[in-house]
Write a protein that binds this ligand. Structure first.
Ligand SMILES: [Zn+2]
Length: 785
């Protein structure tokens, strides 16, 4: 999820995203994606494409689920994974202690900030001739390492602590750190010291003696400053600051309107034919001119059932058009934000805003993003056309049967309706039956076992250690064959279950729907926090990483144990991929550790690992019916696998439409009519027609929500995921030698080298989109492509 502001990415964007150092469904992308997709969770079939949205949907409402008494969870054992005796070696680094008081959190935060400021003052005061690698870059690296290693765990409390006082303090700490981050990223004296040091390093011949990672440190640190505008003359810098303020104001207003939107579209009961009764009963009913009307809000649970189920095409059309136009108020705000970005990019010396944004991504330039999207579009078009043909034939048949005129066109308001009908017609997959084969108590240890074997590691649970909650499990992670302390890898926390209560009044609260009042607050989706990075200390010793996964896995019901949907299994597998990225990375500097890779690459490793959950032999291994103890039948396995790619051509073309619109508006030199662009691009790329142009771009929250010129990243990382899987793992996904190669080439280097170099190392050639396309092509029914 995820797209995270990893430690490094956060630095590049100042420290404004502190506390969002999460990988999972908490990120801007995920939230935005849900906004766009409307969290449109259809069946098990859609998950691989927007898995995060599923997490959000599943865990969104604590009120509607039954929470297990804590004792239930203690029955889950993680020791199935190792038949070896427990490790008797002591980790070379003590485990952290989670015993801060609210006062501690704030005091430590303030002290750390003061200390950092003091360090930077010293560096900033160096004379030009005294600036070199050891006097500037080494202390800067060490300063940011100690800052993060104290602040990350402190700002983590707000997501997991049962104490409101601690959560509030943690939140306050994050605000302090964020504000300080802005101050710190704008320090001219420190930037000047970096520039002087780089100059001296290069003039003295020291540069050639530096390792590749040292050189990368220098380049990235200087780049942080130039991107912030610190290389500009005073006048331009002042202008830049004013423009940035204005931009952030425009973006803020855009999202405020988004959150405050409260429009409705009204229908009669007759017009709502096909929409499930329980959905209709949730609509507000009123009488107008003696006619009964239902007011349907634009919130997903209200409006999406109309797109998907309303039989009358006129109803779907009216709902869709109103939905598209619901945030017309944002049109001028978006135009303004884009105009300000053009000015900022120009001031900073970039051809376009997209070039500025992509400079620090794997894709590197706006041209790179455009080429990627064009190529993919041309390859996906035949798949999408074939799917549209099939859906259109369904539409024609239905119109004929119901005696509705048919004009041969496939409209925007037909897409979700016929997509849903097609899935129902072709897939006979019962999500609740599949669930019965995935008890939490089997799936979680099996997935851990798979990872341990694949990556050659061993989890040793540390009982009775200090954690933030008694449900949390704490592990020391070792190399499988560790003989002494040198085999230590790091620590891992798994906080997997909703906060429970063992009170005898539990079921009473539940039945009265007042359970929410008794919940201890916890982050409600699934995500991974890389709490401590690994790095080399000044004395050459190693500082080891620590990662924490926070999730809300399934809960038991009165008559069944905790069962996971296949969706949830994939999510867990995905998030564990981030955990191992954080554990198995080994870099010299903390800023390059683990998931601190480019934002358009960070999801690729975990997206690749999702493939395991679609492999028959793995599905068999991790399933066990909660009553019969039998694994999934081959028939069910086949259905699950078949469900993965239904109508994906049209789905990805729609993704490409968003991505291409995003890049186009951020590469235009001058403003354009973006309502008209939104509509023409959609028709051309997504292959759906609309009647009259509506300002849909005004509800495209990514553009103002921190994902500008970045929407392509979601598909981009999937392409690498598919390539890595097909090229290396497909033949034998559980083979430890392939796992070792993956750990070495992809996980270990983290962001210490170009992601493209890691991929080349792993694949033995530059990556390409053939595997991704092949996956999709192979699954189009009746398509001879
Ligand atoms: Zn993720």
């Amino acid at each position: 999820m995820t797209v995270p502001a990893t430690a490094a990415a956060r630095r590049l964007l100042p420290r404004t995203a502190r506390g969002r150092t999460v990988l999972g469904w908490g990120s801007a992308l995920a939230v935005g994606l849900a906004a766009l997709t409307g969290g449109d969770i259809r069946t098990v079939t859609q998950r691989s494409r927007w898995k995060h949205a599923v997490c959000r949907e599943s865990y969104g409402s604590l009120k509607s689920v039954l929470i297990a008494p804590r004792s239930f969870f203690s029955t889950i054992t993680f020791t199935k994974t190792s038949n070896q005796p427990p490790m008797s070696i002591t980790p070379p680094q003590p485990a952290p202690v989670w015993n801060h008081s609210a006062d501690d959190i704030l005091r430590l935060t303030k002290e750390t900030i003061a200390q950092d400021r003091e360090h930077l003052d010293k560096i900033g005061a160096l004379s030009a001739s005294d600036c070199n690698f050891n006097s500037v870059f080494v202390p800067l690296a060490s300063s940011e390492t100690s800052f993060d290693s104290i602040l990350e765990p402190l700002s983590f409390y707000q997501n997991v602590s049962p104490s409101k006082e601690l959560r509030d303090a943690s939140n306050e700490a994050e605000v302090l750190a964020r504000d300080y981050g802005v101050e710190q990223s704008m320090r001219l004296d420190v930037f000047q010291a970096k520039v002087n040091a780089e100059k001296n390093i290069k003039a003295s011949g020291e540069w050639e003696k530096l390792s590749a990672e040292d050189q990368r440190l220098v380049e990235k640190m200087v780049l942080d400053g130039t991107r912030a505008g610190l290389a500009l003359p005073d006048k331009e810098r002042t202008e830049l600051t004013a423009l940035k303020k204005e931009l952030s104001q425009a973006c803020l207003e855009f999202s405020k309107n988004f959150n405050e939107e409260n429009g409705v579209v009204s229908f009669t009961e007759e017009e709502l034919k096909g929409v499930p009764k329980d959905v209709i009963s949730g609509y507000k009913k009123r009488t107008e001119d003696s006619k009964e009307l239902y007011d349907v809000t634009f919130k997903t649970p209200d409006i999406f059932p109309i797109f998907k189920f309303a039989e009358n095409p006129e109803t779907r059309k009216r709902a869709q058009e109103a939905h598209e136009a619901r945030l017309a108020i944002n049109v001028p705000l978006l135009d303004k934000a884009l105009e300000l970005r053009r000015k900022i990019a120009k001031l900073l010396g970039y051809a376009t805003w997209a070039d500025y944004i992509t400079e620090v991504k794997m894709i590197k330039s706006a041209k790179g993003a455009n080429d990627f999207l064009d190529d993919l579009e041309s390859k996906l078009r035949p798949v999408g056309l074939k799917e549209r043909e099939i859906l259109l034939a369904m539409k024609e048949a239905e119109h004929k049967e119901k005696n509705i005129p048919f004009d041969g066109e496939f409209y925007l308001w037909d897409y979700r309706y016929y997509d849903r009908k097609y899935i129902e017609k072709t897939l006979d997959l019962d999500d609740s039956l599949v669930k019965e084969y995935f008890p939490v108590s089997v799936v979680v240890p099996t997935i851990l076992e798979i990872y341990q074997n694949l990556l050659g590691v061993r989890f040793e649970e540390i009982k009775d250690s200090s954690t933030w909650h008694t449900d949390v499990q704490h592990f020391a992670v070792w190399a499988k064959d560790a003989k002494d302390a040198s085999g230590f890898i790091g620590y891992c926390y798994l906080d997997l279950f909703p906060r429970g209560t063992s009170s005898p009044y539990f079921s009473v609260w539940y039945n009265f729907g007042i359970l929410n009042n008794f919940q201890e607050s916890k982050y409600s989706h699934a995500a991974v926090w890389p709490l401590l990075a690994g790095y080399d200390k000044a004395d050459g010793a190693r500082s080891y990483p620590l990662t924490a996964m926070v999730a809300n896995l399934a809960k038991p019901t009165p008559d069944k144990p905790a069962l996971m949907r296949h969706d949830d299994v994939v999510t867990f597998f995905h998030e564990m991929g981030h955990v191992f990225h954080g554990l198995l990375s080994k870099t010299k500097y903390s800023r390059f550790h683990g998931t601190s890779v480019a934002r358009d690459f960070v999801e690729a490793p975990s997206q690749m690992l999702e493939n395991w959950c679609w492999e028959p032999k793995v599905l068999e291994k991790m399933s066990s019916h909660y009553e019969t103890k039998k694994p999934l039948s081959s028939d069910l396995i086949e259905k699950i696998i078949k469900s993965r790619y239904v109508n994906v051509g049209l789905f990805y073309l729609r993704q490409l439409f968003f991505a291409k619109f995003d890049i186009k508006v951020h590469t235009d030199q001058e403003s354009d009519d973006y309502t008209s662009l939104w509509n023409s691009l959609r028709e051309k790329i997504s292959l759906v027609k609309a009647d009259k142009p509506a300002p849909g771009q005004a509800s495209f929250g990514h553009i103002t929500g921190g994902y500008d010129a970045g929407y392509y990243g979601y598909t981009y990382s999937l392409v690498f995921a598919a390539d890595m899987y097909a090229t290396v793992f497909k033949a034998d996904p559980l083979d430890p030698s392939r796992g070792a190669k993956y750990a070495q080439a992809i996980l270990r280097p983290g962001g210490s080298r170009e992601e493209l170099d890691s991929l080349k190392d792993f694949l033995g050639r530059p990556p390409n989109n053939e595997a991704f396309i092949k996956e999709l092509f192979g699954t189009v029914p009746g398509a001879n492509l």
